[in-house]
Design a binder for this molecule. Sequence first.
Ligand SMILES: [Mg+2]
Length: 387
Amino acid sequence: MWNSPVTKIDQIETMILDIPTIRGHVLSMATMRTQTAVLVIVRFSDGSDGIGEGTTIGGLSYGPESPEGIKSAIDTYIAPALVGRDADNLNGAIQLIDKLVKGNRIAKTAVEIALWDGLGKRLGVSVAHLFGGAVHDKLPVAWTLASGNSETDIAEAQQMIDIRRHNIFKLKIGKRSVRDDVAHVARIKQAVGDAASVRVDVNTAWSLQEARWGLKGLQDAGCELVEQPVPARYRRAMAELTSGYEIAVMADEALNGPEDALAVTKARAADVFAVKVAQSGGLKRASEVVAIAEAAGLGLYGGTMLETGLGTAAALQLFATVETLDWGTEFFGPLLLTEDILAEPITYHDFCVQIPKGVGIGAALDPDKIAFFRRDTGRTITAVAGE
Ligand SMILES: [Mg+2]
């Protein structure tokens, strides 16, 4: 039998980009003024390439992988194992890397996205097509209010409603006392009324005792959903909060791939899954987390690590194939950055984000922006994440 020559993985290049945010992004564990992304460019033997991104939030304050660690894991362990392999065999690459590298999900994600992008480009189809086809051309998209100030947040929310960009707001809380946080949320909900859905993300900051007061206060204030109120390992506490209150409880930090998804489902420790591509370990693993939630009848929400347009485009390709996202998405990462690194930015209007068209993940880099923001040779920007 005649075989066409196999396209091989020739080279995997990584670089760190530091891009300023439009305002301080105040989280329970860090304030971000710069977002740092690891960009991956995979070059293939037929001259084609694929691009991917691995990004986390707030240095090492959010999770166990830092941008520098992601780059190092790819350069030292993942790239040498993949170079020379069949570029079209995604499952082979994913299985090999899962065997050779434990954890390091964001690093795996960055490379995996670039492989999907390359495959889609070679075949002339979108990554959504590779996942069975898009059933949406746009998705509802939340905005995160995280200035740290109620008045600023209310003004920002009103502006977003007025320009019809967002009518779902996620408030980052957990840094102040529970009482102060609940008062902050109540003021914002009162200001926006029925014009918007108000939700909160505690980013694991509360004890179970604090969470009981918090959830009671939040649901009385008209808040619809609380994300990861307690630490990821407090599965029984999450289960108690899920069954004890009407407000929806969403798991985020607790979900690191399909095994966690199964365990959280079994423990009934969430009403909703925030599915993050990077936290799941890639597009394929994220699709498995989605499948577990769907089989268990749980709600779904497309979550972000505040990726640039690149990682956001990749996530949109996958979530465009998901039948029902009861809670929408938060794929607003590019809007939090002062500049877009894509040649054609992702578009947002009528409270939705548009699924990028075109082959692969539907994104192309702006080379001038990459040259400007790359840490090794670009302009130096002071990063103060983690304060
Ligand atoms: Mg979260």
